[in-house]
Design a protein around this ligand. Structure first.
Ligand code: GLN
Length: 461
């Protein structure tokens, strides 16, 4: 833990860590040492980690990357944090992210941008940019992230690490500052699939405090072990090649014109390697992929406008120093507390939910969402796993996509549909594109197939 703290400070210019509290970290480290000394074992016992600042952590500032929550100290731990604490992981600090997890580059943080350690003129991706950077820079072996429309997978891809968003409902959202509740999902970001699986073992589980938490039928041998399939042939137990019988679906819509050639090359190479491991590549279609952008950018802001109404300077959040009446207090507090991107989403969300527009936008988007989920089920008739890019390009330069918000939204094209369908998806580092910037392969599985995804990634890695 001391080494990780020193490393976090040495790399402070990357701006991944936005809050360090050595006293709290060392207290946790000493408790882990005592457990180790008492002979206790556990994959995460004493292992340094760090949490995206979307998770509230007891005694620590918890800001969601926003001025609105600067100075807010949580009285409790998010369920996911609590589970990792119990497993003995040691929190090194709170990690930078786009404000309220809205963004794809970590540039929308009130704490300033976070830099990609592979090339500090590049963005790390977002919104879990700080998490990806803390792992990619080697400060912590794993970090927590959240993914609403790609925020675990895309920064993992752009920073050359491994990250998985499990099936919606797998990890409790209790204590995760809400962005779009029907999409938000926590997950691990780490160096490889094995580490992700070990962390997921601790993170996943039913929680009565989250109304959308999924209660899985209890397995005879206890909670799910996401490493259970590791090192074994995935389909055919007698096969020499571990991926024999595994059908990997390649959606035509993920390999179209929008995909940069320098991203496509390492992806194609990785697909060849999967074939060499015995997988069968099959062409599939996810015909409504393009519609995932408008559907997501209606649904997510709609939910955000509702979730963020609690930050009014009264119940939660920054209160303006100057105001004349109640209305101006709300207005001034929210104008000062929220950044422009967050304000934009609140406006869009309030608009699509308003009387007269609800049917035309919100309801329509919900219907598209259902169709997208059905498209995935049709695709899974033809394949076991879907593979494609995570991001259409490698990491872009800081500032490059800031002029037009829609340009940044378009970069989410390959990750949004998975989120709308609630499916598990992961990013696996497969090589480098232009300017030696990392490229990730996305693997998407059917509901609760994260064990299979992780084992497949492990065979590849
Ligand atoms: N880039 C997407 C957005 O801005 C996804 C963010 C996320 O997954 N939290 O909404």
């Amino acid at each position: 833990a001391q080494q990780a703290l020193a490393d976090a400070r040495a790399n402070i210019a990357l701006n991944a860590f936005i809050n360090l509290r050595d006293d709290l970290t060392l207290e946790q480290a000493r408790a882990a040492d005592a457990r180790l000394a008492a002979g206790e074992t556990g994959a995460l016992l004493g292992i340094p980690t760090a949490h995206k600042d979307i998770f509230v952590t007891r005694g620590w500032p918890s800001t969601a990357g926003s001025n609105m929550l600067k100075g807010y100290v949580s009285p409790f731990d998010a369920e996911v944090v609590d589970r990792l604490n119990k497993a003995g992981a040691v929190n090194i600090g709170k990690l930078n992210c786009d404000e309220f997890a809205m963004g794809s580059s970590n540039e929308k943080s009130a704490f300033g941008p976070c830099l990609n350690p592979w090339d500090t003129s590049a963005v790390p991706g977002g919104s879990s940019g700080g998490s990806a950077v803390a792992v990619a820079a080697g400060t912590v072996p794993f970090a927590t992230g959240t993914d609403t429309g790609g925020s675990i997978r895309q920064p993992a891809s752009l920073c050359g690490i491994t990250g998985i968003k499990p099936t919606y409902g797998s990890c409790s959202r209790y204590g995760m500052i809400a962005y779009a509740s029907s999409l938000d999902q926590a997950g691990p970001m780490a160096r490889n699939a094995r580490d992700c699986a070990l962390v997921l073992n601790a993170m996943v589980g039913f929680d009565a405090k989250d109304s959308t938490s999924v209660q899985r039928p209890a397995a005879a041998n206890g909670p799910e072990d996401f490493t259970a399939l590791f090192g074994k042939p995935l389909r055919d137990g007698n096969a020499v090649k571990p991926l024999a019988g595994v059908r990997v679906g390649l959606p035509a819509e993920f390999f179209g014109d929008g995909l940069a050639p320098d991203v496509r090359a390492p992806i194609d190479q990785a697909l060849k390697q999967l074939e060499a491991l015995g997988a069968q590549l099959v062409n599939i279609s996810l015909p409504r992929t393009e519609l995932s952008i408008p559907a997501y950018y209606v649904i997510a802001p709609a939910e955000a406008s509702s979730n963020l109404s609690r930050f009014d300077g009264v119940r939660y959040g920054h209160r303006a120093a100057e105001y004349t009446d109640l209305k101006s207090m709300y207005e001034n507090s929210r104008s000062e507390g929220f950044g422009l991107e967050v304000q934009r989403r609140i406006m869009v969300g309030a608009y699509v939910l308003s009387h007269g527009y609800y049917d035309a936008y919100y309801l329509q988007a919900q219907k598209v969402r259902r169709l997208i989920a059905q498209d995935f089920q049709a695709a899974f008739q033809q394949c076991d796993v879907i593979a494609g890019p995570v991001s259409p390009t490698v990491a872009w330069n800081i500032g490059e996509l800031n002029a037009d918000p829609v340009q940044m939204y378009l970069a989410d094209i390959y990750t949004l549909s998975t989120s709308l369908a609630g499916l598990p998806g992961m990013s696996v580092p497969v090589g480098f594109g232009a300017k030696n910037r990392p490229v990730g392969l996305q693997l998407i599985g059917n509901y609760f197939k994260e064990g299979e995804l992780l084992a497949l990634a492990d065979h590849y890695q």
